[in-house]
Design a protein around this ligand. Structure first.
Ligand SMILES: [Zn+2]
Length: 362
């Protein structure tokens, strides 16, 4: 018995993924496509709640996948040798770093393609994790094109979702090769994904409800009919009012939403901000309370129907139309401080070396 993998996205309530994947691989692309459509239907049927995160199924550790997990990750971003692996190295540098790589050619559903390259035990979860980076360049799956190529450097972790270190994505839609690298500047709380320019991959919101978080794990436009933005962040992260507003509701649909607050904007567009899965709310917080923009409402948590600590942030117009925070807020990109550039560039060289030569056409 293995505990569920704590990914945040809605994986279909599964039954036998392993066997299904094996069967679909055996039957080839057409069968895989049918399977994918079925899963798509399941995952796109929204439950009757605002929050649509669902559990992920346990990921079986297939015998074919054992090799890459044997060596614990040893390469910390700082202090790691930046040099490319030398020919004389007795050990494969990739497995010495505890990493795996997959060269993926998109020729159908993303999950099928990733699974074909990375194996059935890690493929579905890896597809989900990689998608969190791709959505900053293209719409997934809408903008994926046959013949796109995707090279991924990743780490398999027992009972956890795979960790993506580097992504190189050649898109026929944009006509470009996009790259991102995971890097933790010394002194920063979280590792993040950076573009080769040193800018963060992810956009930031002005007046964001969270100052600091690990990653955006779900966006409105990632094809899941999810109504909010999910920020992966440890329990206890302060949640701030994104505008000056009045508390309209708290802790409704507790079973699904967990501890939750709805704040209605004073003036302006009278937008409503919903915060779900929070930690226990302060006793002092009452319906009718006013919070100024930036004031702390409470702390993020993992309550209700949530399978990993995160904040679900949802914005609605007065007619209850769901708004995309990345359109409703002003956005910006942060860049690495000049003092971190050299370490970042060394890390890029290290990851590029591990990722190897791009596939033809990249
Ligand atoms: Zn959510």
């Amino acid at each position: 018995m293995r505990p569920p993998l704590p990914t945040l996205g809605p994986q279909p309530k599964k039954s036998p993924v392993g066997p299904v994947m094996v069967v679909s691989l055996l039957l080839g692309l057409s069968a895989g496509g049918v399977w994918w459509w079925k899963q798509r239907l399941v995952s796109e049927t929204p439950p009757a709640t605002a929050e649509q995160n669902a559990a992920t199924a346990p990921v079986a550790q297939g015998p074919g996948e054992a090799g890459s997990t044997a060596t614990p990750p040893s390469a910390a971003p700082s202090g790691a040798p930046a040099a490319a692996p030398t020919a004389a190295a007795p050990v494969d540098p990739l497995s010495a770093a505890g990493l795996s790589r997959a060269f993926i050619r998109i020729d159908g559903p993303m999950e099928t393609a990733v699974t074909a390259a990375a194996g059935p035990s890690v493929g579905p979860a890896l597809a989900q994790v990689v998608t969190r980076t791709l959505v900053w360049w293209v719409d997934v799956p809408g903008d994926l094109r046959r013949g796109d190529s995707l090279d991924v450097l990743y780490e398999v972790r027992p009972n956890e979702e795979p960790l993506v270190h580097a992504v190189r994505f050649t898109s026929n839609k944009t006509g470009q090769t996009h790259r991102t690298y995971r890097f933790q500047p010394e002194g920063d709380k979280n590792p993040r994904y950076y573009l080769p320019s040193g800018e963060e991959l992810e956009l930031r919101l002005e007046n964001s409800p969270l100052e600091d978080y690990e990653q955006v794990t779900s966006l409105l436009r990632d094809g899941r009919r999810h109504k909010g933005v999910d920020f992966k962040t440890p329990v206890g992260t302060p949640v701030k009012a994104p505008f000056t507003g009045i508390v309209r509701r708290k802790n409704w649909s507790f079973r699904f939403n967990g501890n939750c607050v709805e704040l209605e904007e004073v003036g302006g567009k009278h937008r409503r901000a919903l915060f779900l899965h929070m930690d226990e709310l302060p006793r002092s917080l009452k319906v009718g309370d006013r919070f100024n923009v930036g004031a702390v409402l409470g702390r993020s948590g993992n309550s209700g129907r949530s399978f990993a600590p995160h904040l679900h942030y949802q914005l609605e117009a007065t007619n209850e139309r769901v708004l995309d925070p990345y359109e409703s807020h002003r956005t910006y990109r942060r860049s690495l401080a000049a003092s971190h550039r050299a370490a970042f560039e060394a890390e890029v060289r290290r990851q590029d070396g591990l990722l190897g030569t791009p596939v033809a056409g990249g």
